[in-house]
Design a protein around this ligand. Structure first.
Ligand SMILES: [Zn+2]
Length: 199
């Protein structure tokens, strides 16, 4: 089966929606938040993550049809000076909302850790938020349980991703070593793998 033909029922429910923006939000801010929401949208729709969610819903016995809509909100939820909310869920109607971090936070983060780390963080934060809110469909107001399970499930997803990358790296090295078997005959294995890593 082609990856694009894979059933991803949850993906069809994810949409980007604008919420009332903070008064005084400049065009630069609007541009930033639009980019952010489309990046989050793509991250949540990745087949690897969708497959993981399907596995989790099945394991938790949460029926996929209980989720009616997942809204990726363009602007952060204003909550005074408190910690920004990553998401919320209405278990009665199955509506989930995912919110971004503020632009001020994101810029400071990017300056400190770099763009790639920031993107990885933004994707992980949205994925963790969706995992958390999906669990609320089953555990409703049991916040303690939802938090514990969210952490475990997110760890399971991150570990799978790492495992996959390691595996693809290993197969890449193996393919390269097979191709180069003859010229490397006189090297020991360590030298050969060191050379293959350079590519
Ligand atoms: Zn919660």
């Amino acid at each position: 089966m082609n990856m694009s033909e894979e059933p991803r029922p949850l993906a069809s429910k994810i949409k980007i929606t604008t919420n009332p923006e903070t008064p005084g939000t400049s065009h630069k801010h609007i541009g930033f938040y639009r980019h952010y929401s489309s990046f989050v949208f793509k991250s949540l729709n990745k087949p690897t993550f969708q497959r993981f969610l399907q596995w989790m819903l099945k394991k938790e016995n949460i029926q996929e049809r209980k989720v009616t809509e997942v809204h990726v909100k363009v602007f952060p939820l204003r909550r005074g000076k408190g910690k920004g909310l990553a998401g919320n869920c209405n278990p009665a109607c199955g509506k989930i909302r995912i919110y971004p971090k503020t632009m001020t936070f994101c810029q400071a983060f990017k300056q400190k850790f770099g763009k790639n780390t920031f993107l990885a963080y933004a994707a992980s934060r949205a994925r963790a938020a969706l995992i958390h809110e999906l669990l609320h469909l089953k555990y409703a107001t049991d916040e303690k349980r939802v938090r514990k399970l969210s952490r475990e499930y997110f760890f399971a997803f991150a570990r799978r991703a790492l495992y996959r990358d390691r595996l693809s790296f290993l197969s890449y090295t193996m393919i390269f070593m097979v191709r180069q078997a003859k010229p490397f005959n006189h090297y020991n294995t360590n030298v050969a793998s060191a050379l293959s890593i350079k590519l």
